[in-house]
Design a protein around this ligand. Structure first.
Ligand code: NAD
Ligand code: USQ
Length: 385
């Protein structure tokens, strides 16, 4: 297949690109390097050094002989979005290219507006580009499990069967997202569902949980193929942060009592799920939703798992929760559709958290400890312009 990966320079986009290329697909990537720009803005860097996109592509060519087409540009530019679809003529588009940090979207008005403009308009431009060029293209869109919030009922895969006053219907699952970033994903999902309904497009929305891990089989082949690995309080995700904190002897920063539960997935399963979605496309007119997680844990349990695996002393510290989220809640998420397509999950209990410690130890000297503490507060936006 010909597959275009949008956001192909990012934490997940780059390993996905390599995984699809290694599986025999012809792959192109597009990125505007906004993510590298947020690092400059926040004064942090990926823990693991990363090569420029064009250098990474050259290393892959040198190792495998496989070519990856590279487009540099911004999806919020409608002409760019249209051009890459028209030129590359993909069978599937994997859309990762969004601002993805909840804390970043909660800094102040400007960051909330940027996040929603970037994400919602980029996605809309893409829907139009597909509809105008070739409505047969399968859109594989990265959504987020946090879009559902933590309802007091089971979370289904996108749709809910309801009976109301004696009548039955299947409706989009009610959403209660926890940040302006998570809200942008809900807006995207509504736009995609509408486009499938009115233009007969085909789409898969992958409502993914928090990703952990630093390497896939392909990125591990050469250190110049490494993907980014973030530890700061804005872009670092919880389990990756706990691993890094353990290695540098910083207390693990559990927000509140740590009773909040989150769905999780190993980065090796992320790339496999996206491959499965591409190779088993939705039908024309179908808006399909998969919950892309393999297990769930409370934040306290994640900290305890890292502390238990670390060969040394680890302190767990409960910080005042800077976010607004339920501290203790019911949580049960249906996630069978990707398993039915052939996913064989890597669970945290089978994973060598030790291997994550190894990667982290090598680059521990790059950590700026002051970037570890959360400064963005959900209850009180900064007084920005
Ligand atoms: P990332 O920030 O590392 O990668 C996103 C990439 O998209 C970056 O390289 C960025 O430069 C690019 N980008 C952003 N806006 C763009 C635009 N307008 N035009 C072109 N390129 C643009 O993020 P990630 O962790 O790889 O996440 C990828 C996707 O997966 C996101 O949509 C995110 O919401 C979703 N997701 C991530 C996680 C996680 O834990 N990392 C979990 C669930 C869902
Ligand atoms: N948390 C801590 N301590 C920390 C960091 C986080 O206790 O040091 C807690 C948070 O309070 C939250 C949970 O861990 O309850 C997850 O936080 P996170 O920063 O790891 O993840 P989140 O903000 O939810 O966002 C990440 C990705 C985002 C993706 C989302 C999937 O950045 O792109 O969409 O995970 S989900 O959470 O399922 O919506």
């Amino acid at each position: 297949m010909k597959i275009l990966v949008l956001g192909g320079d990012g934490y997940l986009g780059w390993p996905t690109t390599l995984h699809l290329s290694a599986a025999g697909h012809r792959v192109a990537v597009a990125d505007n390097f906004a993510r590298r720009g947020y690092d400059n803005e926040l004064g942090v860097e990926s823990l693991v050094p990363i090569e420029p996109l064009q250098s990474r592509i050259a290393v892959w060519r040198e190792l495998t002989g496989e070519e990856i087409t590279c487009y540099v540009g911004d999806l919020t530019d409608a002409l760019f979005a249209h051009r890459i679809i028209d030129e590359f003529r993909p069978d599937a588009v994997v859309h990762y290219a969004e601002q993805r940090a909840a804390p970043y979207s909660m800094i102040d008005r400007a960051h909330a507006v940027y996040t929603q403009q970037n994400n919602v308009i980029g996605n809309l431009n893409l829907l139009f580009a597909i509809a105008e060029t070739n409505p047969d293209i399968h859109l594989v869109k990265l959504g987020t499990l946090g879009a559902y919030g933590t309802p007091n009922i089971d979370i289904e895969e996108g749709w809910l069967e309801v009976e109301h006053k004696g009548r039955r219907d299947k409706v989009p699952f009610p959403m209660r997202p926890g940040s302006f970033y998570h809200l942008s994903k809900v807006h995207d999902s509504h736009n995609i569902e509408f486009a499938c309904r009115v233009w007969n497009l085909r789409a898969t929305d992958l409502n993914q949980g928090v990703v952990y891990g630093a390497q896939t089989a392909e990125t591990a082949r050469d250190e110049r193929l490494a993907t980014r690995f973030d530890y700061d309080a804005v872009f670092g995700t919880v389990l990756n942060r706990f691993v890094i904190q353990a290695v540098i002897g910083h207390p693990l920063t559990v927000y509140g009592a740590g009773g909040q539960t989150r769905g999780m997935i190993d980065i090796r399963d992320t790339v496999r799920c996206v491959q499965l979605a591409c190779e088993n496309p939705a039908d024309r007119g179908e808006f399909r939703v998969f919950n892309q997680i393999t297990e769930w844990m409370s934040v306290r349990e994640m900290a305890e798992a890292v502390a238990a695996a670390f060969p040394g002393d680890v302190r767990i510290e409960n910080l005042d929760n800077p976010r607004v989220e339920l501290a203790d809640h019911y949580y049960n998420v249906t996630h069978t559709k990707l398993i039915e397509l052939g996913l064989e999950p890597h669970l945290l209990s089978d994973t060598l958290i030790e291997s994550l410690f190894e990667v982290t130890k090598r680059y521990a000297h790059r950590v700026r400890p002051e970037a570890l503490l959360p400064r963005v507060n959900w209850r009180r936006p900064a007084n920005g312009a």
